[in-house]
Ligand binder design. Structure first.
Ligand SMILES: [Mn+2]
Length: 280
């Protein structure tokens, strides 16, 4: 007889990097034989499911059609769609969100997106789109993520959304209140790459080797005394870093939307599969 916990332990979690509307590549990736065993497989998406790529509408509708066991955390581009829909942010020339905004299903899509989490934690794995602040332990990370999730899930979310956009404050302080607090949480979870050693987030630099030129700059995960060091953190957002795997860190943004590849990793054994942007 199979006990319930045996079944749970057999679960295979596959984490997938930034899709950004690369629907054909996603479907090709998921047609790999490793996904054919079906029901014990759970897919985790590291955010930025849409925008910049060619097929954001197909991508989001496909993700919405997946079983509820699958997990999508929100990235900056997903939040940008919500803010654009709410009229708070304008589309930029590089956006490819019009097909969603003009879709007859836009309300369902927006409502689905705004109920996704900003952080997901299970079996000592934390998935966020970008990163976490050094001072946050796992309990605090999840609790802060839920503060922003509550804003997005509220019936007044279209009013609330302006509270999460903006670059102040760039440094975490437990005493932050109101919009500064919400912005700092959102920026860390969905936009962080490099920090000053003082803890200030820096958004103008993407080069992972920037620390070679400026020793005050460090990737967020190399901040001293980071309180989540014992947890495996799965993230995307940093295509210049690319596939980056250490004992407790997995970056999965392999820049499919920039013509590179879409990557999935099985968390159980770290088997990797990937599909190039140019599918043969
Ligand atoms: Mn991103």
């Amino acid at each position: 007889m199979i006990k319930k916990h045996d079944k749970i332990n057999k679960k295979e979690i596959w984490a997938i990097g930034d899709v950004q509307g690369c629907y054909d590549q996603l479907r090709t990736l998921l047609s790999h034989k490793v996904f054919s065993s079906g029901e014990n497989i759970e897919l985790w998406f590291a955010g930025d499911m849409i925008n910049r790529g060619p097929k954001s509408l197909d991508t989001i509708k496909y993700l919405m059609s997946l079983n509820e066991r699958n997990v999508c955390v929100l990235g900056n581009h997903d939040l940008h769609l919500l803010a654009t829909f709410a009229g708070f942010r304008k589309s930029s020339s590089s956006d490819t969100l019009e097909e969603i905004l003009n879709s007859a299903d836009v309300i369902d899509i927006v409502n689905w997106i705004r109920f996704r989490p900003l952080a997901h934690f299970e079996q000592n794995n934390l998935m966020v789109h970008a990163g976490v602040m050094a001072q946050w332990d796992i309990k605090k990370t999840l609790s802060l993520a839920s503060e922003v999730q509550d804003l997005l899930r509220d019936k007044n979310w279209q009013h609330n959304i302006k509270k999460i956009f903006g670059n102040t404050s760039l440094i975490w302080d437990d005493e932050l209140k109101g919009n500064k607090r919400f912005r700092t949480i959102t920026n860390a979870l969905t936009r962080i790459r490099l920090c000053r050693i003082t803890g200030n987030m820096v958004f103008s630099i993407k080069d992972p080797d920037a620390k070679e030129k400026d020793t005050n700059l460090v990737p967020w995960f190399e901040m001293p005394d980071r309180k989540t060091k014992d947890i495996t953190i799965i993230f995307g957002h940093w295509s210049a870093l690319g596939l980056f795997i250490q004992k407790n860190l997995i970056c999965l943004d392999t820049g499919c939307v920039w013509g590179r590849s879409l990557t999935a990793i099985r968390l159980n054994d770290r088997k990797i599969i990937s599909v190039p942007f140019n599918i043969k």
